[in-house]
Design a protein around this ligand. Structure first.
Ligand SMILES: [Zn+2]
Length: 349
């Protein structure tokens, strides 16, 4: 993630909720927010607990003791235990949202649910990463990166994987499904691919409360992240295109409170969706202008012109942005790619 968004007029209204403990806030009736540390630049990740005789937990935090302690401690403050969880729903498959799924299931025996397309990835984290890695590295080579950067990136991928544990026997859910729990409450599932291909928005029916995961955050701009194909895909997954369609769908939803995966819950979801799309529009036009002035350019060169030099761990995020913009410009007939060795070059038409 995490290029800061240009502040728009007004902006979202942040809602902390009623404090029940150090890391426990009631944000709607029987809906608890549990912020726990991630060790990532983004800071805490929000888990949500839908209370009742058969509680539902949304998201998990990364694997690790500090994450586990924060979660179990927060629940203790509310008089609950991780053993009580009946259903765990993951807003998407990233490590800070799904990393701890296996441990939570081992302790509680709960059902674990993720968007159907994420089942394979989470059931076998190592296997999925091994299958993806050659494609990612080839992509970086074609993007104009040096062998040294690619080696650094490879070791970074290995380290990130360790923040996740495979969780076998996950159940798939998808657009239109309903998960019940928390004393007969219904969570309607809305597929919102873009930030990842497995992003879901969960609608607590009859309340206007939406769990938005990383699909929409109040002030941080989520990146559309590049992903390898899933078996059975008939065309490449185009993250930014998918994201823009998803934002339009979310913008049209009735919402009194958005409960995001990071930062505070907020009001003004439709405005936030619009502002994100405007931000994307500006970035797409900026990439076009860069190519008009300086093209033809490799992916790396466009990324440098747009973001300057970035840390290895940010390469993937900045490239995801650039690839998304180029993909849209290509589809609009404004940019063409010349496949050449060793790296592809993009130019304005
Ligand atoms: Zn994420």
């Amino acid at each position: 993630m995490d290029a800061p968004a240009a502040p728009d007029q007004g902006g979202p209204v942040l809602v902390e909720g009623r404090r029940l403990g150090d890391r426990l806030f009631e944000v709607a009736e029987g809906v608890w927010r549990i912020p726990i540390p991630t060790g990532f630049a983004v800071g805490d990740v929000n888990l949500y607990w839908i209370d009742g005789p058969d509680p539902v937990l949304i998201d998990t935090g990364v694997i690790g003791e500090s994450s586990w302690e924060a979660l179990t401690g927060a629940l203790r403050a509310g008089g609950r235990r991780i053993e009580d969880v009946r259903t765990l729903v993951l807003t998407h498959h990233h490590a800070d949202h799904a990393g701890q799924a296996r441990r939570i299931r081992e302790v509680s025996g709960c059902e674990v649910r993720v968007r159907q397309r994420g089942v394979r990835r989470l059931s076998d984290v190592e296997g999925a990463a091994e299958a993806d890695t050659p494609g990612v590295l080839a992509f970086l080579r074609r993007g104009g990166f040096s062998p040294e950067t690619i080696r650094l990136f490879e070791s970074l991928l290995r380290r990130t994987r360790r923040m996740m544990q495979s969780c076998p026997d996950i159940l798939g859910i998808d657009d239109g499904d309903v998960v019940t729990g928390g004393g007969g409450r219904r969570l309607r599932v809305h597929a919102r691919p873009g930030h990842s291909s497995t992003d879901l928005v969960l609608e607590l029916e009859g309340t206007g409360v939406l769990m938005t995961g990383d699909h929409v955050l109040p002030t941080i701009t989520s990146n559309p992240t590049l992903e390898g194909p899933e078996p059975g895909d008939t065309e490449p997954y185009r993250a930014l295109r998918a994201y823009r369609e998803s934002l339009q769908r979310t913008e049209a939803m009735a919402c009194t409170l958005a409960c995001p995966g990071h930062e505070l819950p907020f009001q003004g979801l439709a405005d936030r969706c619009r502002s994100l799309r405007n931000h994307q529009d500006r970035r797409i036009r900026e990439v076009h202008r860069i190519l008009q002035r300086q093209g033809p350019m490799t992916l790396k060169e466009v990324s440098l012109a747009l973001f300057g030099r970035v840390h290895t761990f940010e390469i993937f995020l900045t490239l995801s942005e650039v690839v998304g913009a180029l993909d849209i410009l290509e589809s609009e007939g404004l940019v063409a790619v010349d496949h050449a060795d060793p790296a592809d070059r993009f130019r304005a038409i």
